[in-house]
Ligand binder design. Sequence first.
Ligand SMILES: [Fe+2]
Ligand SMILES: [Fe+2]
Length: 376
Amino acid sequence: MSKSFSRRGLFQAAPLGAAAAFLTPQHAAAQEQPSAIPSLKFDIEAQTHWKGEAGSANEATVAEFPISQSIAGVSMRLKPGAIRELHWHALAAEWAYMIEGRVRTTVVMPNGQSAIDEFGPGDTWYFPRGHGHLLQGLGPGEAHFLLGFDNGHFSEFGTFSITDWIANTPPEIASRVLNLPTSTLAKFPKKEVYIGPGEVPKTILEEFRLSSSQTSQFAHKYRLDMQPPHVFEGGMEYIVQQKDFPIQTTFTAVKMILQPGALREMHWHPHADEWQYYLSGQARMTVFGSHGRIRTEDYKKGNVGFCPQGYGHYIEQIGDQPTEVLILFNHPEFQEISLANWLGGNPSSLLSANFGIPQDAIDKLPKKERGIIRKS
Ligand SMILES: [Fe+2]
Ligand SMILES: [Fe+2]
């Protein structure tokens, strides 16, 4: 028996008060309160990761927002005609929600099928990890959209652009693969373009270069704002899970609208982190992280919020205007346990004993979730 094991035996035999006298430094450290919950808020719109004449991108990855290891986000803007060049993400699938304007996308799948789609406000896309894609602003006006990635590390070493690859390939190899003379290759960009200018396309979609290409049989587009919402007394939620949108295998996406004074009730998500982007209005989220740890922060338009998997939380709407929040969960199925349902699923006598309150008070407790509670 090891020395440390025999110490543990001593602890088990001794009453709680007596045990404290035998604390080793290691035991003392283990009994300390866990560290406080770090900030769960990041102002993505206050950053500029990349800016050029044709567009811009602001990032929230683990480099900027370390608490979110599972989900990263980019707020991207494209001028009319601008092209976010052909690229893929080695580490992450890409989800997007169109906030303003219009975008055309192309995507190629491993089975050789391709897709061209167009997106307007309220529409979402999902490109599985590694599938090559391109985005183009269609105008009129700037296109603004939120991108979500199912890996907080997606950006650094994880985004592969076509111009970057060709520029760093020996010309004799590129010449053989691309079927072009080296004199033409010399005119290619010398480094990654990322976002470049382009012409607004003709209204009619062009054919694929390979006329026998099969159109993708897996829809990449889901019109989130066009589906019937879940309506509650204090607001509503549009929810899309994989069962509704089969290609979306790693996310559930939600658009939540809180009316003034509303309260998104106390709940938690058993198997997913919650990543938020505030589209409009203001809110105050409070997160419970066990052992008495609580963190409350205020959020406004352009802020990103995060709640780790399994942490309890609630959201108070603040301000006169409704608050709109886009939410990503890193699981294809939506799961939630509300405090109200939990209370409804227990006998009154046990709750009375647990809380030490009389039966008439127990009778007032909610029995069923209300989702978003209206202004009191
Ligand atoms: Fe992408
Ligand atoms: Fe939640």
